[in-house]
Design a protein around this ligand. Sequence first.
Ligand SMILES: *Cc1c(COP(=O)(O)O)cnc(C)c1O
Length: 399
Amino acid sequence: MQMYDLPDARGHFGPYGGVFVAETLIRALDELREQYARFRSDPDFIAEFDDELEHYVGRPSPIYHARRWSGILGGAQLYFKREDLNHTGAHKINNCIGQALLAKRLGKPRIIAETGAGQHGVAAATVAARFGMQCVVYMGSEDIKRQAQNVFRMKLLGAEVVPVESGSRTLKDALNEAMRDWVTNVENTFYIIGTVAGPHPYPMMVRDFQSVIGKECLWQMPKMIGRQPDVIIACVGGGSNAMGIFYPYLAHEDIRLVGVEAAGEGIATGRHSASLGAGRPGVLHGNRTYLLQNEDGQILETHSVSAGLDYPGVGPEHAWLKDLGRAEYVSITDELALKAFGECCRIEGIIPALESAHALAYAAQIAPTLPREKVLLVNLSGRGDKDMNTVAERTGMKL
Ligand SMILES: *Cc1c(COP(=O)(O)O)cnc(C)c1O
């Protein structure tokens, strides 16, 4: 694990990560770093985190053998890590529980969050309700239109949803606005970042909380099939569900780790969100990582059928794993993701999130090329209830 025991004390994963923020935030980040360093190994904190995951989130999430689909594909066996069965329908709640418990210990009664698909907003609003905290969620007005149901859910949960009208009115703009709020209200406010991005210690902290996914797989797979899987596949937006399942497996060098980005309408069209596949290093949202940017360093607009993958950056640890060659990064188009979405619904009786459908599509693509004994473990990061409008629109059906 030595080589992967990162980040260093200043938050670097090789040349990536770090702390690129306004001076006004340095103190808050220092405090967060010190407190997290203390609590991450505090038995009471860990016990409370585990207890919430078991009784509130419903962990451990099961692993499921997709026998019918595997049979039809005629090659390697597909297994799903069922993060879609978590309370609130995705992996994001794991991280939100962890950060809310930290906020509580730091004495911050107000939570802010940014959201794209709305899943992180819902998870943040959920934990705020659960722990009796005030919650403000920043969301691009374009995303608010695309994800009306999740906006309604956040409101039901007692959160205030603030529309962001700047830029492309999506996730990156919501992130900027949340940072601005944090600078202003840092005394009483805890900023819950929803993925493995942002300034140190966020990428590390979010990875640690999400690592419960991979830690469970480490004991579940041998129990189920007598060994570990051959390939682990996860979709990558900011990269938190992927980091969560990859991290405990980094030292298992013989297991292939594959991150699947959104190729949108195709990499060549420029309408995609494949930061690792088609971007280059730069600084955004407090850290250095691969970004989709033009020659002048201006952030490009991204596109994906899944709002949750629609982000021009990616967590810095993925950037480093890519350079090291420890993980591979591929991309899947909207069209292939929608096809896999439909197949998963009809063949397995599971309606996956469109984000997760990207990972499924890649698994379905390589399974037929591999022998039947090979095992592909796909992180099914979330359920598709939130995507009904998008799918209906894209497939020409009426709700
Ligand atoms: C938000 C989301 C993602 C993308 O975020 P990561 O940080 O890359 O995991 C993927 N799947 C689902 C279901 C999501 O809600």
